[in-house]
Design a protein around this ligand. Sequence first.
Ligand code: ADP
Length: 514
Amino acid sequence: MVLAHDINAIPRTRDVQISYNITFDNMLLAQETLNGLKKSGFFKPSPIQLHGIPLGKCGFDLLLEAKSGTGKTAVFSIIALEKIEPKKGLQVVILAPTREIAAQICDVIKLIGSDYKDLHVEVVMGGLPVQEDIEKFKKNVHIVVASPGRLRHLIQDKYIDTTSVRLLILDEADKLMEKSFQEDIKNIISFLPTQKQVIMSSATYDETAKMFIKSYVQNAQHVCPESNCVLLGVDQKVTEVKYNCNIVKQTQNRFQEVIKIFSKMSFKQCLIFCNYQARVSEIHKLLLRANWPAEQLSGNQEQTDRLEALKTLQQYKCRILIATDLAARGIDASNIDLVINFEPPFEWQTYLHRIGRAGRYGSYGMAVTILSEGVEAKKFHMMLDPMKDTINITNLWCNNNTFHEDISPKSPCPDVDKSCGTPQSNTQIEKACNELWKILVSDEEIIKNNKVESFENLCKSFDESSPGIETFHELLQSFENDDGHAEIDKGLRVLQFFGASKVQVPYNRLRRQI
Ligand code: ADP
């Protein structure tokens, strides 16, 4: 099954493009991972994948920060898969704030990990019978993806043995740092070994989240390919409707606007966000009555119905999904090209996450926020004030509408390397590794002064002391058991290779984590 986006099928923005001729084949990944990536349609890494995967494989704590839909899930999925030792027990714990995201991550890992023999990945989540989750742990599970509440329950009641956990991943980490999750997360962490790698992933981190995150990671490497947090491919619009103090009439005004948008715009799939559960079912009914088939997704539905609604969206079986902010984060459906905020969200972070559902993996789409004239419109613009230099919001009906007419990217998407997936000669690999080295070593001075060896030389020097090094893992293992200074030097050079001067984590920390 293909999971990745076909990057040649439609134009992509710079958000997911790298200018270097690097494919996953050149990233020193295990053959099983490469096979899984190929089967799932992944060839060229996105910026966050290019920078995050090698550092994560080195064992560093990571703070991944990249725009929605630019490939963060694959970063931590690959790192997790490459850590697994089949004979050991549970080694990776992945937490996600919603059950839908947890289910989605589990699917991604299973697909990319499809070539790993005897790999067991499970998802556990509230809302489904607990006995089913207990049964899952009667066999050896290597990776568990979970919503915090259910995992805490299973760990506390000793259904899950956590003694061999070496990697903890928090997806949508800023959300998980919110008060409502803190108790569960602290409790889960208290059951995990202290020596472990921690990876946090999100498109946004506010100051409060950063403060909490600090207490969970040690000298984390912050991997953030671009400072602008707004997706280049999402055309942001607002449209104002008449204010009415009667909420029923106000909802009708907004609904008429939705119908107007649907009848005037062409779109493949649309996600409508409402602030309240009751509004979701109300709009759902209104749409069906107006002959616009739609599905709904909100927290008051049965878990099986929630997962089903999401599947119909992802499998392109429905064109319109109405949802609460339950669907604002993490949800990946490649054909969504229109997001409508039926009412504006309360925080700018939620706004970014919502509009990030369009424009997946650098594709083009539109986000329309419906505002009622006056106070609400003013509040919305004030809320986005901190980002005023980076976002451009225009009026939907005033401007010449460019939707689906002029959506060509500013810089054309380069051709995919046609040699992907075919065996490469050693010189090709060496060349590509050297390229990778140049990208990762971001400190120009270090390169100029030749303070960091070329990858080729580095491998050679390892080869002399330990012949036959072919994989990244072997490279690391080659200095794992030695205590001499020379070996530590080599270790540091490997670290420099992957992160240059920014890497400050002491070598012995790396050693403990391998
Ligand atoms: P994020 O976690 O940053 O929100 P995802 O990991 O969900 O983004 O990726 C968004 C979409 O892009 C997914 O459908 C994923 O399969 C696809 N994708 C990720 N990396 C690549 C890649 N290197 N090439 C093609 N498609 C990719």
